[in-house]
Design a protein around this ligand. Structure first.
Ligand SMILES: *Cc1c(COP(=O)(O)O)cnc(C)c1O
Length: 386
C-alpha cells in the first residue's frame, strides 16, 4: 500500500511499506511467544539506540504521555524543576509539571534562538532543582538544543537531565552512556514517540531511564501515577511475557520493523543523513527567498520552520501543495500565517525532497512569485552531497 501523499509535517512522518506490512500481522495473544519475541527485539534495539545501561519502556500512548512518565517518576510534588524551552513543546513541560504540583521555573528562548547556557547555569545556582527538561528539537521553531553545552551545566548543578527527544530520536545522537566532559555527566532520561524520526505511526510512547533516574524513582517510594508508574512496567520490560496492561500488539510489530530499519541504516549514517537533509532543504528553499526561523548554527536536522517571503498566503500555499500531494504544517503561535513547518525526518529520502522543492517552486509560481526551480533543486543536491 504505497503512500498516496508525501507527509512532510513534523510528525507523523511517512510510513514505508515494510512497516505497514508488519503492522498488519496477525493479532496474537500478548503472551504468545512469537509476539513476546517481537516485543523483546524492539526493546533490545531501543536500548542499543540510547546506549543505556538503565531501562527502556515502550507502551501505548503518545509523546506527551512519555513526557509525563519521565517527570512523575523522577520529580515529586513540591520539588522543583527548571524548564529550558526553545518553543511550544518546551513550554508543555510547564503545564505538565504544574498539573502534578511540581514547582516550575522556566527559561524561555526567543523563538528561533538558543538559551545561553550561562543563563541556565546562573538559574541553577539559585539552587534546589531536582531536574531540568530540555527539548532536543523544538517542533515549533526547528531549533536543536546544544547538548554539549547544556548537559555539563545541568549535571554540575546536580540535577537530572531529562531530554524530550520526540522530534529527534533516531535522527540526532542521544547517547546515554556518553560522558559530556566528566565521567558522570550523562543524559538521565530520554523520552520519545513512535511517529516522528522513528517513522512508525503514532501510538507508542518510549522512555529510557538511566541509572540515576531509576534511583530517583526508587527514592520517591510512592508517586501520583498508576499507568505511568515505571515500577509497574519494569517486570514487563524485563520479561514481556508477563502482564500488566495489554500491550498494543500490532503497533509493536510495526515498532520492531521500524527499529530494524533504523539499526540497518546504522545510527551514524542516519544522523548524517538527517543533518544533510536539513541543511539541503533550507539551502534549496533559500533560493526561493524563503528563510528558516532558526539560523544554521542552531537549526535542527529533523524539521524546519520556514518564513514566507513577501506575498505568500499561508492557507493558499499549503492548499496548493496539498492538491499536488504534499502536506506541510502551519506555524504555531505568533508565527501562524507567517511561516510553515516542513519535516525532513524518518524514512524520507533525498528524492522526496527534490520533489518537495520542485512542488514548492510550482506553488510559488502559481501565486505569481518568481521561483527558479532548477537552481533550487541543484542547490539541494549540492548541499545534500556535501
Ligand atoms: C510531537 C512532540 C511532542 C508531543 O508528542 P505527541 O505524540 O503529540 O503527544 C512532544 N515534544 C516534541 C518535541 C514533539 O515534537
Amino acid at each position: 500500500m504505497p503512500n498516496k501523499e508525501m507527509l512532510l509535517i513534523p510528525g507523523p512522518t511517512p510510513v514505508i511499506d515494510e512497516i505497514y506490512e508488519a503492522l498488519s500481522g496477525e493479532t496474537r495473544a500478548h503472551t504468545d511467544p512469537r509476539f513476546v519475541e517481537s516485543f523483546k527485539n524492539g526493546l533490545k534495539m531501543t536500548k542499543e539506540m540510547f546506549n543505556t545501561d538503565g531501562e527502556v519502556f515502550v507502551f501505548a500512548g503518545s509523546g506527551t504521555l512519555a513526557m509525563e512518565m519521565a517527570i512523575v517518576n523522577t520529580v515529586a510534588p513540591g520539588e522543583k524543576i527548571l524548564v529550558v524551552s526553545h518553543g511550544y513543546f518546551g513550554d508543555r513541560f510547564i503545564q505538565l509539571a504544574q498539573a502534578f504540583g511540581i514547582e516550575v521555573e522556566a527559561l524561555q528562548a526567543e523563538w528561533g534562538k538558543h538559551i545561553d547556557p550561562a543563563v541556565v547555569e546562573a538559574k541553577l545556582n539559585e539552587g534546589n532543582y531536582k531536574a531540568v527538561t530540555v527539548t532536543h528539537v523544538d517542533t515549533s521553531t526547528g531549533v536543536a538544543a546544544d547538548l554539549e553545552a547544556l548537559v555539563p551545566v545541568v549535571k554540575k548543578a546536580g540535577a537530572l537531565f531529562i531530554l524530550d527527544g520526540v522530534c529527534a530520536t533516531a535522527a540526532v545522537e542521544e547517547d546515554m552512556s556518553k560522558e559530556y566532559g566528566q565521567e558522570d555527566y550523562k543524559i538521565d532520561v530520554v523520552l520519545t514517540g513512535s511517529q516522528k524520526a522513528i517513522g512508525v505511526p503514532p501510538g507508542l510512547g518510549i522512555v529510557a531511564f538511566g541509572p540515576k533516574a531509576l534511583e530517583a524513582r526508587e527514592s520517591l517510594v510512592k508517586i501520583p501515577a498508576y499507568y505511568c508508574d515505571i515500577k509497574n512496567w519494569l517486570p514487563i520490560m524485563q520479561n514481556p511475557s508477563k502482564y500488566y496492561a495489554t500491550p498494543p500488539v500490532n503497533m509493536l510489530y510495526g515498532y520492531e520493523k521500524g527499529m530494524e530499519i533504523v539499526m540497518a541504516e546504522g545510527l551514524d549514517n542516519r544522523y548524517k543523513r538527517h543533518a544533510a537533509l536539513g541543511k539541503a532543504v533550507r539551502a534549496a528553499l533559500g533560493v526561493y527567498g524563503m528563510k528558516a526561523l532558526a539560523s544554521e548554527d542552531v537549526a535542527a536536522p529533523t524539521l524546519s520552520c520556514i518564513i514566507y517571503p513577501e506575498g505568500v498566503d499561508d492557507a493558499q500555499f499549503r492548499k496548493s501543495l496539498a492538491d499536488k500531494g504534499m502536506v506541510v504544517a502551519g506555524a504555531l503561535a505568533s508565527l501562524a500565517g507567517k511561516a510553515f513547518r516542513i519535516g525532513h525526518m524518518g524514512n524520507t529520502t533525498d528524492e522526496m525532497f527534490v520533489k518537495a522543492v520542485t512542488l514548492i517552486g510550482e506553488a510559488l509560481k502559481e501565486m505569481g512569485l518568481k521561483a527558479d526551480i532548477d537552481a533550487a533543486v541543484s542547490e539541494f543536491k549540492k548541499v545534500f552531497q556535501g
